[in-house]
Design a binder for this molecule. Structure first.
Ligand code: 13P
Length: 257
């Protein structure tokens, strides 16, 4: 029997938001999330310039905040980079690392993602390590090999204790921003594979939270989150509307009842 893990729903705003509209969104999310029970955790990962705003508006609420990337370096002459410690200065709890958009558009390698994971942990944050296959990889039967390799690169640089502190998000590239989510069965199948890989690293790692991401909506969230190895979601587009995001958080609560 798998241990009951708490659900987690994290919004990834990507490169969206402006000061005025963020204020409304953050305030509404904080107010709505306060009604959640059953240990459902909620977070939002905002663009760097809005980290202080997130801290100001979410501080004292049940909603945590975080960033969408961190530098692989601790500090130094790396123009344009943001160190994990800097995000931690603003109370960030989560750092997304290895999102497929960064792997694809910024050529981030598996090793670089592993270094970023380590930096986030060293700064006291929870890295949300994203893994996922492209449609072509799925169609050629390479899904497990691709996500397995992405995950192994991260686990390789972490101790068992460190690895037990990460969150993993399975985000099939073909499901991101397309409106076409993986089916609950497809997602569960990959999550079970990822869970087994984590268990290979040690008993403490077997129960890390595994999120699904890719076109999660209020309509499909509960079925996805009801799968035995899906512990919540990483939400893109739907996290920009408080009503939709809160409905997805509610679905996580319903799924854990
Ligand atoms: P969408 O929910 O917009 O498909 O994005 C998913 C995602 O990439 C979250 O990190």
């Amino acid at each position: 029997m798998s241990k009951q893990r708490a659900k987690l729903v994290v919004g990834n705003w990507k490169m969206h938001g402006r000061l005025a509209e963020n204020a409304t969104l953050l305030t509404e999310v904080a107010a709505g999330a306060s009604a959640l029970q059953n240990g459902v955790r909620v977070g939002v990962c905002v663009p760097y310039p809005y980290l202080a705003q997130a801290q100001a508006l979410l501080g004292g609420s049940v909603v945590d905040w975080g960033v969408q990337d961190v530098s692989a370096y601790a500090q130094g002459a790396y123009t344009g980079e943001v160190a994990a410690d800097m995000a931690a200065d603003f109370g960030a709890t989560y750092a997304i690392v290895g999102h497929s958009e960064r792997r694809a558009y910024h050529r981030e390698s598996a090793d670089l993602v592993a270094q970023k994971t380590r930096r986030a942990l060293d700064a006291g944050m929870t890295p949300i390590v994203c893994i996922g296959e492209t449609l072509e990889e799925r169609d050629t039967g390479a899904t497990e090999q691709v996500v397995g390799t992405q995950l192994e690169a991260v686990l390789l640089v972490l101790s068992e204790d460190e690895a037990s502190k990460i969150v993993v998000a399975y985000e099939p590239v073909w499901a991101i921003g397309t409106g076409k989510s993986a089916s609950a069965g497809q997602a569960q199948q990959v999550h079970a594979f990822v869970r087994a890989k984590l268990a290979d690293k040690g008993a403490a790692v077997a129960n890390v939270q595994l999120l699904y991401g890719g076109s999660v909506k209020p309509e499909n969230a509960q079925e996805l989150f009801g799968q035995p190895d899906i512990d919540g979601g990483l939400i893109g587009g739907a996290s920009l509307k408080s009503k939709d995001f809160l409905a997805i958080c509610q679905a996580a609560q319903n799924a854990s009842n």
